[in-house]
Design a protein around this ligand. Sequence first.
Ligand code: AMP
Ligand code: GLY
Length: 436
Amino acid sequence: MRAGSKNGRPPTRVLVVGGGGREHAIVRCLLRSPRHPDVIAAPGNAGIARDQVPCADVAADDVEGIVRLARERACDLVIVGPEAPLVAGVVDALADAGISAFGPSAAAARLEGSKAYAKELMQEVGVPTGAYAVFHERGEAVAHLAQASYPVVLKADVLAAGKGVVIAEDEQEAREALDAFFVERRFGPTAVVIEEFLTGRELSLFALCDGERAVPMTPAQDYKRIGDGDEGPNTGGMGSYSPVPGIEPEHVRVLSRLVHQPIVDALRRRGTPYHGVLYAGLMITGSGPRVLEYNCRFGDPETQAVLPRLRSDLLDALERCARPGGLEGARFEWSSSWAVAVVLASRGYPESATKGDQITGIDSIDSLCTEVLHAATAEKGAQLVTAGGRVLCVTGLGETAGEARDRAYEAADRIEFDGKQMRRDIGARAVEAVGA
Ligand code: AMP
Ligand code: GLY
């Protein structure tokens, strides 16, 4: 039975698939909707459950289990957070069951699933991207390395959670990467994309898409390396901020016409229309923007900085994406506040992750100006404990970049667990750029 709402109609029931910080940010944003949807999550996490949102014990990539759950709970909309179920076809399976979903079909999600496919499509429609070549066997790739300029970028053509990208400083390192991909088969059988190394500033730009049009969201900046000053290995993302100094709304519109709309147009022509969020990972180089990659889902932790700034209704926007042409006339409203999101990771991350460490200091931090979003936490008796690599993400909001940053760190410093790792310089670039 569903609880009745004030106008007598049952509230919209939404299933959020996934259990990371991104999904907690999505859930929080849905809970702010004026329509008061009935939100459930699968598998969710301890923070989502603490927000009184029921969490079903179904893994995000269990496609059949997700469809069964959505059917049993009579969900009106399924919002898919991570890429794996999208690439595996969860949206197609939901459509077959007559259930509306936010996210691309498997055919459209190939944009993230295959870097070679994304590159070919970019080349076909004229989206600016680095020069590249695709190799299916080691011999030809080795020959290519002899005449490449260094550094060079090598990418396994599979979903590898960010770990399939190697920036090789010289031919020796590049050969080692080829061995890992072709001989060790570290990511299973895969083709390899070898790509020109680009320099500049990275930028994450999401657009919501309804199969016909792409409507850009506010820009965000991600921090990929584990250490301050961008030192050390790549991670899933150690922090983010939004907006991005120098990227004004008119630049966003121009960028989106350059990198999102041609892809949406091409996929519609191919009969595989793109619905959902199209995330362009950009490098703003001295000779203009270049697309590094497309993702078929929201970025993590960029979402934790972007969604707290959304003033218009997320539920309405995501529902519109599911309908062909549904975004006509849509406008998203953004708060003028700054948001800085700091990730708290466990000892050993990104190579490994410790689990079961007691988390203290977290209660009473959530406020209008600070959101504590859970990524890998668990309840152990009455105690909250760590449960994976990226444990929490603390988002501070403020009138200035400096205020947002200070609020995020003030809260992040109050939270303790054994082995806590966090960068100290998240948002510093924005603070320097705007001088506040
Ligand atoms: P990707 O998964 O393709 O976005 O690559 C992960 C990260 O590797 C990016 O966020 C960049 O920091 C870096 N990267 C990828 N491609 C390039 C490139 N062509 N030039 C320089 N850095 C790159
Ligand atoms: N923050 C990078 C990603 O979500 O892929």
